[in-house]
Design a protein around this ligand. Structure first.
Ligand code: ADP
Length: 305
């Protein structure tokens, strides 16, 4: 039905009109498809722990009723599965909130250096439990126009991952720098050497001339953990994407953390670079535009003596 108007449109006086309709419809179909995929994935992810819970309830009602040892073991697995469902639901809600706000420009003045220091305080105990050292290198203020709770979520997600994929005895550093050019923001980390692969995941949009003058604040989270194989890097921020066979301990991830980070960063008109070398570690750098400084107003008139 849509091929005929397109053909007529192309021959008519306003061919671009017909083309516009086509591309619109394609993007609507793509969006529908993505929503359907997302629902299917989300349901599948929730169904797995639910099926396991149902199975254990059945067993506990049946032959494990009298076996105290088995009962304790099963209850502890059930607790883990319940915890996993809670994490999934929290992350799904968080992602949907972030997506809903994506078109609203954030407006608070936020110091990301303070967020980095707070993140170390909040996640320090989890790191220590795993034998991972964690420190902030964020002494100077770095102000961006943003939404504070969302930027906290970005810092916490990146540091949580860094801890989760670190080995005991290694170090995680969250560093913040302000006043960088786009080039410096995207390319200033060389801590992993030449072997590391690098991918830019979200790129700040806006006019080229505006971007050239812009200064950025960077939140950089560095770990000396398991690292990520090059082929996985471009897909890390897809919803539910996880690297196979990567053991992350009892607090298993949902595959939604970096999707949330990506949406928040793009709402802030920022960008996001991942560098990694397998077996050496990873560096996740988020860069956020700083407010443009207005030129100081010159005082007119003669100076008073
Ligand atoms: P998850 O909840 O599984 O950690 P994320 O979206 O936060 O989900 O991350 C997606 C995947 O990227 C993870 O499952 C993991 O395989 C990989 N990943 C993320 N951060 C790191 C890191 N610092 N080191 C190694 N792998 C990481």
């Amino acid at each position: 039905a849509h091929v005929i108007p397109l053909k007529t449109g192309l021959e008519g006086p306003f061919p671009w009109r017909a083309l516009l309709v086509m591309s619109d419809e394609t993007s609507i179909k793509r969006a529908d498809r993505m929503r359907a995929d997302f629902l299917a994935n989300a349901s599948h992810e929730l169904r797995t722990p639910l099926a396991s819970l149902a199975g254990f309830i059945e067993t506990l009602r049946g032959h494990a009723r009298e076996d105290i040892g088995a009962r304790d073991r099963f209850l502890s697995i059930m607790q883990d599965q319940t915890e996993r469902m809670r994490r999934l639901i929290d992350d799904l809600l968080s992602l949907s909130r972030v997506e809903m706000d994506e078109h609203l420009p954030p407006s608070d003045e936020v110091d990301v250096a303070a967020i980095a220091r707070d993140t170390v305080d909040v996640l320090g105990p989890i790191a220590r439990e795993k034998g991972v050292m964690i420190e902030a290198d964020a002494d100077e203020r770095a102000i961006v126009t943003g939404q504070r709770d969302q930027l906290i979520e970005v810092a916490q997600n990146l540091v949580e991952n860094a801890i989760k994929y670190s080995v005991s005895g290694s170090r995680v550093v969250i560093e913040v720098r302000g006043g960088l050019t786009r080039e410096q923001a995207e390319h200033s980390s060389h801590s992993l050497g030449n072997q590391a692969a690098r991918v830019t995941i979200a790129v700040p949009s806006g006019s080229a001339s505006g971007q050239a003058k812009r200064r950025f604040a960077v939140i950089r989270v560095r770990d000396a953990g398991v690292g990520i194989e090059r082929r996985h890097l471009p897909r890390l921020s897809e919803r539910f994407y996880r690297v196979d066979g990567q053991k992350s301990g009892p607090k298993e991830g949902t595959g939604l953390g970096l999707a949330i980070v990506k949406h928040i960063v793009s709402r802030h008109r920022g960008g996001f670079v991942v560098e990694s070398a397998q077996g050496e570690g990873s560096v996740f750098s988020v860069f956020l535009p700083m407010p443009v400084e207005k030129p100081a107003i010159q005082e007119a008139g003669p100076a008073r003596s």
